[in-house]
Design a protein around this ligand. Structure first.
Ligand code: NDP
Ligand code: HSE
Length: 436
């Protein structure tokens, strides 16, 4: 039986895992796919390192275009990353009639529409299970397993690096920089780790999921993005006292007027399963009308967990070789001519609840003024925690949990509170999701 021949572009963390998993499990993978799948050609800038990984089992080149030009190659895997050369190579592979597998969420979140249109026109697949939540088959779950449902919202811990940082800081009291370096050493972080810590990577993934869940185009430029760099250890402690954990969540939610698409740190009740997802693990909660709530949990980053998803895509494409090309699963779950124009909502219109921390003067009437501003804005309070001022201290922290309100109203109330002479520093605001 003629093997499906695969060309691999970029053999770093995920590429080497992909090569190894395919080599180790080749017999079982062949039984599942119906044909042997072999990586026969690898391109990487570091030829010597690539050769160390593949030995004599594949041809190694430095020019990725030589792989695309090889007529024997059926599928091209892009594991270089970024929007630059990766975009050109993916489009060239499609133009050459190759199916493409990629783990590159940045590329798809920003240039997905162009890439999927090119693939559709050429009749090839672009498979990207590894692009969201690493080894968790969340794309397949959303696109196929939940296809009967009207999806209401998705909320996920979808960046392993930031979850690892938050967990290690909370559990071991380690510093942000120390844990980030460890995440880089373990191969979790992006080539540019600011993508992780500033929330961009999670927003890339949330953008892809929003498209699949709601049948809208990928619109990364409309996403609200806030990372974990401004989080302070004291807020993590106060949240715990109130029965919450702070996690970086990616949220895509169907609202009356459009779609909320946002990534930011979030208070989650500690009793929720997702609040207890630690380290580089990822978890995605999906709320849908027929099935109710489903939760998907697993390793969201790293060499072999991500390779697991890449190889699954190779098997899917291999199976397509015997199937009717007109009846393939659409890239974004909905048929390309049936995408909806549902808008992504501006953050001001998003409705959520809040944790506020105010540094205030420890004097009578402060609490009344603050709560008065909230009452005037029609923002109802859920809980208040006031830290006892220490001996000789004349200021203290005031923590307020609110019920739901529109972000615009909260912005106005915060601006008013900030003007009070008794509020002594910038107010910290973290959004809160009950996920019930
Ligand atoms: P790495 O940086 O480890 O690997 C990328 C490889 O591509 C490197 O070996 C690099 O060589 C090589 N490369 C760069 N430019 C070229 C080029 N023009 N031609 C050929 N090879 C090139 O990245 P990862 O494996 O971590 O990530 C790959 C992709 O997978 C990214 O899109 C990432 O976002 C995604 N991803 C990563 C996950 C992870 O856990 N790491 C999880 C899920 C997705 P050199 O080092 O010499 O520059
Ligand atoms: N940098 C990403 C993360 C890799 O930490 O989750 C997986 O997509």
């Amino acid at each position: 039986m003629k093997p499906i021949q695969v060309g691999l572009l970029g053999i770093g963390t995920v590429g080497s895992g992909t090569f190894e998993v395919l080599r180790r499990n080749q017999e079982e993978i062949q039984r599942r796919a119906g044909r042997p799948i072999q990586i026969t050609m690898v391109a990487d800038l570091d030829e010597a390192r690539a050769r160390q990984v593949v030995g004599s089992q594949a041809q190694v080149v430095t020019d990725a275009r030589a792989v695309i030009a090889n007529p024997e190659i059926d599928i091209v895997i892009e594991l270089i990353g970024g929007y630059g050369i990766a975009r050109q190579l993916v489009l060239e592979a499609i133009a050459a009639g190759k199916h493409v597998v990629t783990a590159n969420k940045a590329l798809l979140a920003v240039h997905g529409s162009e890439i999927f249109a090119a693939a559709h026109a050429k009749g090839v697949m672009v498979a990207f299970e590894a692009a969201v939540a690493g080894g968790i088959p969340i794309i397949k779950a959303l696109r196929e397993g939940l296809t009967a449902n009207r999806i209401q919202w998705i909320a996920g811990i979808i960046n392993g690096t930031t979850n690892f940082i938050l967990s290690e800081m909370r559990e071991k009291g380690l510093s942000f920089d120390t844990v980030l370096k460890e995440a880089q050493r373990l191969g979790y972080a992006e080539a540019d780790p600011t993508f992780d810590i500033e929330g961009m990577d999670a927003a890339h993934k949330a953008t892809i999921m929003s498209a699949i869940a709601f049948g809208i185009p990928v619109q990364f430029d409309q996403a609200y993005v806030e990372g974990i760099t401004k989080l302070e250890a004291q807020d993590i402690r106060y949240a715990e006292q109130l029965g919450y954990r702070i996690k970086l969540l990616g949220i895509a939610k169907r609202a009356a007027q459009g779609v909320e698409l946002r990534v930011h740190p979030c208070l989650i009740p500690a009793k929720r399963l997702i609040a207890n997802v630690e380290g580089a693990m990822n978890a995605v909660v999906v709320q849908a009308d027929a099935v109710g709530t489903t939760l998907y949990y697993g390793k969201g980053a790293g060499s072999e967990p991500t390779a697991s998803a890449v190889v699954a895509d190779l098997v899917d494409i291999t199976r397509l070789h015997t199937a009717d090309p007109l009846h393939r699963v659409p890239h974004l779950a909905f048929q390309p001519d049936s995408l909806s124009s549902l808008p992504i909502l501006p953050m001001a219109q998003v409705v959520t609840s809040y944790y506020l921390r105010l540094r205030v003067a420890d004097q009578a009437g402060v609490l009344a003024k603050v709560t008065g501003i909230l009452a005037q804005a029609d923002i109802s309070i859920d809980a208040v925690l006031q830290r006892e001022a220490g001996e000789g201290e004349n200021q203290t922290d005031l923590i307020i949990l609110t019920h739901d309100c529109a972000e615009q109203r909260m912005n106005q109330a915060m601006a008013e509170m900030q003007q009070l002479s008794t509020v002594l520093g910038p107010i910290t605001r973290i959004r809160k999701e009950e996920l019930n």
